[in-house]
Design a protein around this ligand. Structure first.
Ligand SMILES: Nc1ncnc2c1ncn2[C@@H]1O[C@H](COP(=O)(O)OP(=O)(O)OP(=O)(O)O)[C@@H](O)[C@H]1O
Length: 267
């Protein structure tokens, strides 16, 4: 990273997303700086995935704008949007590898789709990125079904970073993994950011991931549970401040306490 002042890579202004009359995100204003790692947390259904998909242009805002590197995504032609998306890497939930392809072809896929690289160059890049995520060259001929969940996640990360994206979005990167393998993936995400000048957005339920990997945490709250006029982003700050947040809902979430929810269920 250079020493120049940080710039906003992503700017979300006055964002609303509504599906069939149901507002999932309301009046979200968030700026993410180049090089930042931001974890998005919050209970199920609060709109984390919708937020992630909106900032990468997969969902169009109902109101408001998303700027990426100064460009308003809603004004871009499909071709221009597709060019911008090449600057993103996606690590999907459950790795979302192509089951019928070998690991080699899975990792090579973005290069074959989006570049004119020759097979020698692709070969070197695939092996380099597999090595970076801690996988031996012997995995290249295997199919995803022959690998453990943790290995598949690593392959998903290798595929996401092979084009050296400026933004990597991780959707639930540690879900379904044991605590040790989760920590391996957390370390890998730290390693990716130390190796490349990347901005990362991590949607996660895993508080350890948020605490360990993120510079900053955004906690969303479900619209349906807010009173009129209450902000949907309950917390926007460093992970270390979560536990001392003035908002009881944040403290309860971080500690895994049902709080008011329990009263609603039992009451
Ligand atoms: N394409 C869609 N059409 C209609 N409703 C949708 C669509 N995508 C998401 N929703 C709704 O938006 C709400 C938020 O969903 P979202 O997946 O963003 O939640 P989340 O916070 O990521 O939840 P989880 O932690 O369970 O993955 C849900 O009520 C969901 O049903």
């Amino acid at each position: 990273m250079s020493d120049s002042p940080k710039e906003h890579l992503i700017e979300v202004r006055n964002l609303d997303v509504t599906f069939h009359g149901q507002t999932v995100l309301k009046d979200i204003n968030v700026a993410i700086e180049a090089g930042e790692t931001v974890a998005v947390i919050g209970e199920s259904g609060c709109g984390k995935t919708v937020f992630m998909k909106t900032i990468v242009g997969l969902i169009a805002p109902t109101r408001g704008t998303i700027h990426f590197d100064g460009q308003d995504l809603s004004t871009l032609s499909p071709a221009a949007l597709s060019d911008v998306r090449r600057r993103f890497g996606f690590v999907f939930q459950n790795a979302a590898l192509f089951d019928s392809m070998t690991i080699f072809d899975n990792v090579a896929f973005p290069m074959r789709q989006s570049t004119d690289a020759g097979e020698d160059e692709i070969h070197d890049a695939v092996l380099k990125h597999l090595q970076e995520v801690g996988l031996p060259p012997t995995v290249v001929s295997k199919r995803p079904s022959e690998l453990s969940g943790g290995m598949r996640k690593r392959v998903g990360i290798a595929r996401a970073i092979i084009l050296q994206p400026e933004l990597v979005v991780y959707d639930e990167p540690t879900t379904g993994l044991d605590p040790i393998m989760s920590d391996v993936i957390n370390e890998l995400m730290l390693d990716v950011r130390s190796r490349y000048p990347v901005t990362s957005v991590i949607v996660t339920h895993d508080m350890r991931t948020a605490q360990k990997v993120a510079d900053r945490v955004l906690m969303f709250y479900p619209r349906t549970r807010l009173n009129k006029g209450q902000p949907q982003v309950l917390y926007d700050g460093p992970p270390a401040g979560l536990d001392q947040s003035a908002d009881e809902r944040v403290r309860q979430f971080v500690r895994g306490e049902a709080g008011q929810r329990l009263m609603e269920i039992t009451g």
